[in-house]
Write a protein of this length. Structure first.
Ligand code: FO1
Ligand code: CA
Length: 327
C-alpha cells in the first residue's frame, strides 16, 4: 500500500508515527513543507524536514519539539562571544552537522530532494518504507507582514522564523507572503507519489504555514485533485484552539476562522474544486459537523488528540472506516 502524507514539522511527525502504527507494511511518502526554510550563518536550515527526520529516526528532542536529543550549544556560545547576529535562532552543535552536509550538497548542485534522501539514509535506515520528499526543490519562503509604524509603508515583512521565534507570533499577521512560490514546481518524486498513491492524508499541521505552502506550489494542487486515491484531511484545530503551535495567530491573515469546520471548508471538497474527500474533526467540534456537510464536504468526528502513536493510529483507522463509498 502506498500512503502519501502532506505534513509540516512537529504535528506532522507525530501524525506519521501514528500512520506507521496503523499501517506497518505500507510505504509512506511524506511531502514535507519547505517554506519554513531559512539561511542562517551561511547554513541552509529546513526545520520541518529536520523535525520529521529526527523524530521519525528516534533522534529528536520531543519535549522541545525541534532539534536533536542530547543537544549541546557550544557553537552558539562562540557566535554570541563574537557578537554575531542573528542571536534569536538557536543552532545546536549536533544539528549544525546536518546543516553543513545539506549546505555543501546544495552548493555542489544537488537538488534538495537528493540532499534529503542522503540525510534520511542515516535516520530512516530502520524504516526504509518511509520516504521524506520536500514539496519542491525550488526555494520558497513564508514571510509574514506585520505593522511597523516606524517604516514609510507602516508595515514590513519578516521571515516566518523571525515572526515565530523572535517575535513569538505576538504582532498580528496582516498578510502571509510566499516568496518564490510562483516559480516553484513540485518535484517529479512528489508528482509520482501522488499519481501512484492508494491513500493520501493531510496531516493536522498548520493550514497557513505548513499545508498552505505545499498546496500553493503550482501544479501540486492539481496533482492532488487528480490522484486516484481518497484524500483525507485531519483538523489541527481542536475545540477552537490549535493542538500545537500558533495557527490561531495566522489563520486570520488568510481570512479563515480559527475553527476546525472553517479549515475543512477552506481545503474544500474535491468534487467541488477543493482537495478533500473526507474531513476529520475532533469530537469536541461535532456541533459544527453539519456546517461542513452543508458545505458539501463529508465529515467524521473522533478523538484527535495525538497522545501517542496508538491514539493517532486509532483515529487514522476510524477515518479510513468512514471513507465515503466511491472515493
Ligand atoms: N524554534 C524556536 O522556538 N527557537 C529556536 O531557536 C529554533 C531554532 C531551530 C533550529 C533548527 C530547526 O530545525 C528548528 C528550530 N526551531 C526553533 C523550530 C522552528 O523554528 C519552528 O518550530 C518551525 O519552523 C515551525 O514549525
Ligand atoms: Ca513548520
Amino acid at each position: 500500500m502506498q500512503i502519501v502524507v502532506l505534513a509540516g514539522g512537529v504535528g506532522g511527525s507525530r501524525f506519521v508515527q501514528g500512520v506507521r502504527r496503523a499501517h506497518p507494511g505500507a510505504t509512506i511518502s511524506v511531502i514535507g513543507n519547505t517554506a519554513d526554510d531559512i539561511t542562517m550563518h551561511g547554513l541552509r536550515i529546513c526545520p520541518d524536514l529536520d523535525t520529521m527526520m529526527y523524530t521519525l529516526g528516534g533522534g529528536g528532542d520531543d519535549e522541545r519539539g525541534w532539534g536533536r536529543l542530547g543537544e549541546t550549544w557550544n557553537v552558539l556560545g562562540e557566535l554570541a562571544a563574537y557578537g554575531v547576529e542573528p542571536s534569536w535562532f538557536s543552532l545546536g552543535d549536533l544539528d549544525i552537522g546536518t546543516h553543513l552536509v545539506r549546505t555543501q550538497m546544495l552548493e555542489a548542485g544537488y537538488p534538495l530532494t537528493e540532499v534529503t534522501q542522503a540525510l534520511t539514509a542515516r535516520w530512516l535506515a530502520a524504516d526504509p518504507g518511509i520516504r521524506l520528499l520536500p514539496m519542491s526543490d525550488d526555494r520558497v519562503e513564508t514571510h509574514v507582514v506585520i505593522a511597523d509604524p516606524g517604516s514609510p509603508a507602516g508595515r514590513r515583512a519578516v521571515h516566518f522564523q523571525e515572526y515565530w521565534v523572535r517575535l513569538r507570533a505576538a504582532p498580528d499577521a496582516l498578510e502571509v507572503v510566499r516568496v518564490g512560490i510562483d516559480a516553484a514546481r513540485p518535484t517529479s518524486a512528489v508528482l509520482a507519489a501522488l499519481a501512484g498513491a492508494d491513500l493520501v492524508l493531510v496531516a493536522p499541521s498548520n493550514p497557513v504555514v505548513s499545508i498552505g505552502p505545499i498546496l500553493a506550489v503550482p501544479g501540486l494542487r492539481d496533482a492532488l485533485r487528480a490522484t486516484p486515491a481518497p484524500v483525507v484531511g485531519f483538523a489541527g484545530i481542536l475545540g477552537g484552539a490549535p493542538v500545537l503551535g500558533m495557527a490561531h495567530r495566522l489563520l486570520p491573515a488568510i481570512g479563515v476562522e480559527v475553527d476546525a469546520a472553517a479549515v475543512g471548508l477552506h481545503y474544500g471538497a474535491r468534487d467541488a474544486g477543493g482537495v478533500l474527500d473526507l474531513w476529520v474533526m475532533d469530537e469536541r467540534d461535532a456541533g459544527s459537523a453539519d456546517a461542513v456537510r452543508r458545505g458539501g464536504l463529508a465529515v467524521t468526528t473522533t478523538d484527535l488528540v495525538m497522545a501517542d502513536a496508538d491514539a493517532t493510529a486509532a483515529f487514522v483507522r476510524h477515518a479510513l472506516d468512514r471513507l465515503p463509498t466511491g472515493s
